[in-house]
Design a protein around this ligand. Structure first.
Ligand code: ZN
Length: 202
C-alpha cells in the first residue's frame, strides 16, 4: 500500500510510505518536515520502516531524515549525485529557507539498481536517474505494481523548476522523455501536487 502524508514547514511537501501489506515492513520516501507526525503514523500502524529513500537533496525533501532515523534506525538511500546536495546547504537550499542541513551518512544506488525489502524481497523500488530539477534527481519505480515516486521531476500537469542551483532545462526534457517510455498507466506520486499518470503527463 501507499500512504501519502503531507508535511508542512517552509512549504508543504508529500512524504510517502510504501508498505508491504504482508509483512508491514516498508520504505519512507522524502520525509521533508514534521518528523513527529511521520513517526506517529509509523507507530500507529505498527510499521517497520527499513529505509528512507530520497528523490533529490532539497531541504523540503530531507529535513526530517536525521530525526526519523535516530528513532527508527533505518538506512538512507539516494542517487549517486546526492552528495552535491546532501552535503551542501547552499545547494539543498536549507541555508536560505529553513535550517542548515548536512547529511553525510547514506547509501547510493546507481541507475537501474533496486532496493528490496529485507522482509520481502518481492517488494522493491528501482532507481531511474532523472536530472533536470536538480543534478541528483531520481525517481523510484516498481513496474510490476505500476507506480513511481517522482519527487519534483513531475507534478500533475507540469514539471519541476529548472532555475535552481544545479538545474538544467535540457536535462529535464531528456528525463521526461525517459519517464514517458514507462507504461502509460503507471501512477506517478509527486513531491508536491496530486497524483498523475505517465499517459496524462505525455
Ligand atoms: Zn526540489
Amino acid at each position: 500500500m501507499i500512504k501519502k502524508v503531507t508535511v508542512v514547514g517552509y512549504n508543504s511537501e508529500n512524504a510517502y510510505f510504501y508498505i508491504d501489506d504482508k509483512t508491514n515492513h516498508g520504505f519512507l520516501i522524502d520525509p521533508g518536515f514534521e518528523a513527529d507526525k511521520l513517526l506517529k503514523v509509523v507507530e500507529e500502524n505498527k510499521w517497520v520502516i527499513e529505509a528512507i529513500l530520497i528523490t533529490h537533496g532539497h531541504f523540503d525533501h530531507i529535513g526530517a531524515i536525521e530525526e526519523i532515523r535516530e528513532v527508527l534506525k533505518c538506512k538512507v538511500y539516494a542517487g549517486e549525485k546526492a552528495y552535491l546536495y546532501l552535503e551542501n546547504p547552499r545547494y539543498n537550499l536549507g541555508y536560505y529557507y529553513e535550517k542548515e542541513i548536512i547529511i553525510s551518512d547514506y547509501i547510493t544506488l546507481a541507475e537501474g539498481e533496486k532496493v528490496c525489502l529485507e522482509a520481502n524481497q518481492d517488494l522493491y523500488l528501482k532507481l531511474m536517474e532523472t536530472p533536470g530539477h536538480t543534478a541528483d534527481s531520481v525517481i523510484y519505480f516498481n513496474e510490476k505494481e505500476n507506480i513511481a515516486f517522482v519527487g519534483d521531476t513531475i507534478f500533475k500537469g507540469t514539471h519541476g523548476r529548472t532555475d535552481l542551483p544545479g538545474s538544467s532545462e535540457e536535462a529535464m526534457q531528456e528525463s521526461l522523455r525517459k519517464i514517458f517510455k514507462l507504461d502509460k498507466n503507471m501512477i506517478l506520486y509527486p513531491g508536491h501536487s496530486e497524483e498523475t499518470t505517465v499517459g496524462e503527463e505525455i
